[in-house]
Design a protein around this ligand. Structure first.
Ligand SMILES: Nc1ncnc2c1ncn2[C@@H]1O[C@H](COP(=O)(O)OP(=O)(O)OP(=O)(O)O)[C@@H](O)[C@H]1O
Ligand SMILES: [Mg+2]
Length: 310
């Protein structure tokens, strides 16, 4: 009798043993008995769904990386061939070398960005939080972008409180702001405007007394069509331009994946609103300092890995 009761368990176990990384689409068949074993099988199957999703993401990532690396490598090869075989004058030779150098720079930038991303992903990039005045951090960043803004003939302004105490990782928050600012300037035509606002906003949770900090970067630029909005935080995603190839001013498509990681790593979030042809607004919400220290139990909860959802 005991043997007969175990048969369905054995069948499920045998089905589970057949599942490996090369056939992650297999599932353990349920028996439609509605019993505890079916519940266990369903739970297993959902776990495999999640694993399959992660595998798919990793595969996509490696495919994207090799594609992105191939482009500058092919260009460098082409420039070196020009220098070696076709250039006749010193100027032609120099130009080929200059172009090759630019592509090498792009390659180094890509490798550096990928290194940082993989560090963030594997949890090696630990935040170094300290208590600081966020107003000052944002003001410094906006000042640093004044020269590129002038060069692009875009009016860059900031609306900041006199002081805004926060508990954040300075380097990462600077990176977050500079990525949003560089995008805003890149995608806003001459004569446009970029505004950075920092403010305390009431939390949307039940506890209305709690506040969070908002960093808002808005521009009067080209905007992003609704169908692209859900993807702009994905790695390597660039909104395709009217022509087939991405416009040269577009970068690696990695900036916003970092920005999203940084916001999440601070227990915050980022939202985006955009009207094509009118402009874009990125809203970063960070917890206000002090909220986390209200409850020691809360602070002691284990931290979930952050990159999984990115
Ligand atoms: N302010 C903006 N206005 C219009 N489009 C934007 C704006 N910010 C981002 N985008 C779109 O989202 C895409 C992804 O942005 P992201 O910062 O990740 O990449 P990137 O700027 O192209 O390259 P990188 O930041 O890696 O140099 C951009 O290529 C662009 O198409
Ligand atoms: Mg960018």
């Amino acid at each position: 009798m005991a043997g007969r009761a175990l048969t369905p368990v054995r069948a499920a176990a045998q089905a589970a043993q057949r599942i490996s990384s090369s056939n992650l689409s297999l599932r353990i068949p349920t028996r439609n008995a509605g019993d505890e074993l079916d519940y266990l099988i369903l739970t297993f199957n959902r776990m495999i769904d999640r694993l399959e999703g992660s595998f798919q993401q990793m595969k996509q990532f490696s495919a994207d990386v090799s594609h992105e690396l191939r482009t500058p490598i092919t260009a460098i090869r082409g420039q070196i061939e020009v220098a070696l075989f076709t250039a006749q004058t010193t100027d032609q030779y120099r130009e080929a070398m200059f172009n090759a150098l630019q592509d090498v720079d792009r390659l180094s930038q890509l490798v550096r960005a990928l290194f940082l991303l993989s560090q963030a992903e594997s949890g090696q990039l630990v935040l170094q939080k300290s208590r600081l005045d966020l107003s000052e951090v944002v003001r410094d960043q906006v000042e640093q972008f004044q020269i590129p803004a002038e060069a692009a003939a875009v009016h860059l302004a900031a609306d900041l409180p006199a002081e805004c105490p926060a508990e954040v990782d300075r380097v990462q928050i600077e990176r977050l702001i500079s990525n949003l600012l560089s995008n805003a300037l890149k995608f806003t035509p001459e004569g446009g405007q970029v505004l950075v606002t920092l403010r305390y906003a009431p939390s949307q949770t039940a506890d209305q007394a709690a506040e969070h900090i908002e960093i808002i970067v808005e521009d009067s630029g080209r905007g992003i069509a609704a169908e692209h909005l859900p993807h702009i935080f994905d790695r390597f995603y660039r909104v395709p331009s009217a022509g087939a190839a991405p416009a040269p001013e577009q970068g690696l498509g990695l900036g916003l994946s970092f920005v999203a990681w940084i916001a999440k790593a601070h227990d915050g979030r980022i939202d985006v609103e955009s009207v094509p042809g009118k402009g874009t607004r990125f809203i970063v919400k960070l917890p206000a300092p002090g909220i986390g220290s209200v409850s020691l139990e809360l602070a002691a909860q284990p931290v979930e890995p952050i990159m999984n959802e990115l």
